[in-house]
Design a protein around this ligand. Structure first.
Ligand SMILES: Cc1cc2nc3c(=O)[nH]c(=O)nc-3n(C[C@H](O)[C@H](O)[C@H](O)COP(=O)(O)OP(=O)(O)OC[C@H]3O[C@@H](n4cnc5c(N)ncnc54)[C@H](O)[C@@H]3O)c2cc1C
Length: 235
């Protein structure tokens, strides 16, 4: 019998500034097998680990992915708004996010350890840290000053009677946000494939890697099969 499992496993990312927590999951490798085998009325038969593994590999290799949709995960995520914007392009997830209209933000901002330079070959990517340490120091100080100014201005506008929904436009998209996100295994693996990839932004990549680590013990065969047949091509 399968039960909804209450789980609270989290991983810190972005040098401890963000996190992803697995709140709960429903289903595992056996659920995938059962959902696939109902086609030939064999979903209640005894499981054989080797046959189950072969079937899951067959399903993923041949894009018979609907059985994966019967396994679901709910995560609680804290990340900068610019990462949440990338995340929520993935339309097959369900989301609920803290509101800057109902609440005043906690004023946690993502502060990168190093500022990366623009890639020449890939217009949307960065290419390693700026090497000059004195330049890094200046960028860090400038950024800290900017964050302080933005927060002061927000407080000033609120004090002047401006609504929260308007005052928030003064805050940068490095502000941390928090949201619940529920997704099925197929769309989660697709997310990880796209976002743990050399073309994806380093920050969201950390979240994709963390989620793979969190689900691996629950669906080890499916994760391995996905890596084998669909794994990200990181060139
Ligand atoms: C490296 C990278 C760079 C990106 N850069 C940009 C960018 O510059 N600008 C930008 O706007 N976006 C950008 N994106 C976002 C990208 O275009 C996708 O929106 C995002 O990756 C979500 O993928 P998806 O649509 O497959 O996922 P989901 O929205 O979760 O959808 C999963 C699958 O469901 C199906 N589906 C969902 N909705 C529909 C629909 N309405 N119609 C038909 N089929 C649907 C599709 O098969 C889709 O693959 C980027 C993504 C990546 C990974």
């Amino acid at each position: 019998m399968e039960l909804v499992t209450p789980i609270q496993l989290g991983l810190l990312v972005l040098q401890g500034q963000g996190f992803v927590t697995l709140i709960s999951s429903d289903g595992d490798d056996r659920r995938i097998v059962n959902a696939a085998r109902v086609s030939f009325d064999a979903d209640l038969k005894e499981h054989d680990p080797d046959r189950d593994k072969k079937l899951i590999n067959y399903l993923i290799r041949n894009d018979h992915t609907s059985p994966l949709e019967h396994v679901t995960f709910t995560f609680l995520i804290e990340c900068p708004i610019f990462i949440a914007r990338q995340w929520m392009r993935h339309r097959t997830w369900s989301y609920n996010e803290v509101s800057g209209r109902y609440t005043e933000p906690r004023m946690n901002f993502y502060e990168p350890r190093e500022w990366r330079q623009q890639s020449v070959s890939n217009k949307q990517a960065s290419a390693g840290a700026i090497q000059d340490e004195s330049k890094q120091d200046k960028l860090r100080v400038d950024y800290a000053n900017f964050l302080r100014y933005a927060q002061d201005l927000y407080a000033e506008f609120i004090d002047a009677g401006v609504s929260r929904e308007m005052a928030r436009i003064l805050l940068p998209n490095s502000l941390m946000t928090r949201f619940y996100a529920t997704v099925d295994l197929h769309n989660l693996l697709r997310f990880i494939q796209l976002r743990d990839h050399a073309h994806a932004q380093q920050e969201i990549r950390e979240y994709a890697i963390a989620m793979r680590e969190l689900i691996q013990p629950i669906v080890p065969v499916a994760v391995e099969a996905w890596n084998t047949h669909k794994g990200a091509k990181n060139e």
